[in-house]
Design a protein around this ligand. Structure first.
Ligand code: ADP
Length: 504
């Protein structure tokens, strides 16, 4: 028997594989015996005819000899063929079954007994079918695993065929570009000349290209796209893998940083310029004007306190941002904090005839919070309510256990307290509300500055609330007033009945 080889070692194997197997050489004696068996019916028939004197015995002998030679030829040819088929099937099925066929004598015996080669062939075929089915199952499992790995890659991946059309894509690509791009050219993914040029170049010349593209549909996206050629083994043509890396967030943060630096510089430049101007005036024309000294020094003091407030707010913001990923876990009683802040703000409020009312559920459980930060939230909201409230109006601080949360909020806590600050001011036009918590965003910049605002108060509130895994909502009606509500996790409530206490 020839030594067995694996499929991969037979690059020229045909499907039958018969060509590559050299048949087992059958000994002449065995071929003769096989021929005898096959020509036996002819011998019997000739014997009977001879017994009936229908032919001469030597004619019959001659005819039988011819039939024996033909039978030997047929036996030899069919055995070789069957043997080659069987060995091929066994090899493809990975069978190490004993090769009975390797013994030509045995095979002939089997033919003689009416069993053997055909039965072995059937068994080998069964093994082949089983092995093929097993391999198909393994391949399917492997394919499913690869598809699931590729689908779980968060970056969109697109596979382009040799014609530059989308042949397959992962889940991220389907979510981002939609299934409609299937079978389409790269121009249907993004109409960016640089991308199309890079795609064509890679398909034509191989290698890889990287381009940065922007898509607006209608949301703005920025992608770094790498196109990598995948060589085709059969011919010269190439397919390509297109990998999209989302840079939108990185670019947004970069532009925020640039805007932030520009804003801080701008906020500091005005008071610094004012100070500079007054120092020059005091040294020059107003050197001996004592009245002017008094007025100018007061303005200079206002400008320095404005810069101090700005720097203090910037530092608070940076401190909160640094700690934002760890949620606070102290127990904080809200009432004493609110009473303390109300007392501190009363003088300023009273100057404009504003009254501060406290409506805090006496059974409100402790907040799970950081006391200083909750103080800062209340202080910023209270200061704004007084600043933007009308003269002789009421500012109300309410706190209770949240009975239901707005659908838009995704709070994980079991129990939540709501703390709201309402004023009776001019209200905020609807289009400004989503942007109020951005740093330095103001509805009326001049008015905010005039009132000593830094434009950072609500940004600080937003970051503190988000550190507490809470939420902030803003309701406002132009001409009626605004309510800022924060949702903060709290302990389980004993009673949730609300009572009203007015202060001031
Ligand atoms: P500022 O220091 O300017 O008050 P904030 O971040 O606290 O900065 O507020 C941002 C802007 O939101 C303010 O400039 C103002 O236009 C608006 N705003 C905040 N609170 C109120 C309020 N209670 N009523 C009306 N407008 C408000």
């Amino acid at each position: 028997m020839t030594k067995k080889k694996s499929m991969s070692e037979h690059p020229n194997d045909t499907d039958s594989g018969i060509k590559n197997d050299s048949p087992v050489a059958l000994p002449l004696w065995d071929v003769f015996r096989g021929g005898l068996v096959v020509s036996m019916p002819a011998a019997i028939a000739l014997g009977l005819i001879t017994a009936l004197d229908a032919v001469e015995p030597w004619h019959a002998a001659g005819a039988w000899t011819v039939s024996l030679i033909i039978a030997m030829g047929i036996v030899r040819r069919h055995y070789s063929l069957l043997d080659a088929i069987k060995r091929n099937i066994q090899r493809r099925a990975g069978s190490s079954a004993p090769e009975r066929a390797s013994k030509a004598g045995d095979v002939l015996s089997n033919i003689a007994e009416g069993i053997g080669e055909t039965a072995e062939l059937a068994a080998a075929l069964t093994r082949l079918f089983r092995a093929t089915a097993d391999r198909r199952t393994q391949l399917q499992a492997l394919n499913e695993r690869h598809v699931s790995i590729i689908d779980n890659i968060p970056d969109p991946l697109i596979f382009l065929n040799v014609k530059g059309r989308v042949q397959s894509m992962n889940k991220a690509a389907r979510d981002r570009f939609g299934g409609r791009i299937m079978g389409r050219e790269l121009s249907h993914v993004a109409r960016d000349p640089a991308l199309l040029e890079a795609g064509n170049a890679v398909l034509a010349q191989g290698g890889h290209r990287t381009v940065e593209i922007s898509i607006s549909d209608p949301v703005h996206w920025v992608f770094n796209v790498r196109i990598e050629a995948l060589p085709n083994e059969q011919d010269e043509q190439r397919s390509a893998l297109v990998i999209f890396r989302d840079l939108t967030e990185i670019r947004r943060i970069e532009s925020m940083r640039v805007d932030f630096v520009a804003n801080v510089s701008h906020e500091l430049r005005t008071p610094l310029a004012t100070l500079h101007g007054f120092i020059e005036t005091l040294r020059g024309p107003a050197r001996d004007d004592l009245d002017a000294h008094e007025r100018f020094l007061e303005i200079m003091e206002q400008q320095t306190s404005r810069m101090t407030r700005l720097v203090t707010d910037l530092l608070s913001l940076s401190r909160i941002e640094t700690a934002e990923h760890t949620a606070p876990n102290e127990e904080v009683a809200l009432r004493p904090l609110a009473e303390h802040l109300t007392a501190a703000a009363e003088l300023t409020a009273a100057r404009r005839g504003i009254r501060i009312a406290l409506d805090i559920n006496p059974d409100l459980p402790a907040l799970i919070a950081n006391s200083d930060e909750i103080s800062q939230v209340l202080q910023n909201l209270l200061e704004n309510a007084i600043k933007y409230g009308r003269d002789k109006s009421v500012v109300t601080i309410r706190a209770d256990v949240a009975s239901d949360l707005p659908a838009s909020l995704s709070l994980q806590a079991d129990h939540v307290a709501t703390i709201s600050v309402s004023d009776q001011g001019d209200g905020i036009p609807r289009e400004h509300i989503p942007r109020l918590t951005e740093r330095f965003y103001r509805v009326d910049t001049a008015r905010s500055r005039e009132m000593g605002g830094t434009g950072l108060g609500l940004a600080i509130v937003k970051h503190i609330v988000s550190r507490h895994r809470g939420a902030l909502t803003i309701d406002s009606k132009v001409g009626e007033g605004s309510t800022f509500t924060v949702y903060i996790p709290c302990r389980a409530p004993a009673v949730t009945k609300s009572q009203t206490f007015a202060a001031g």
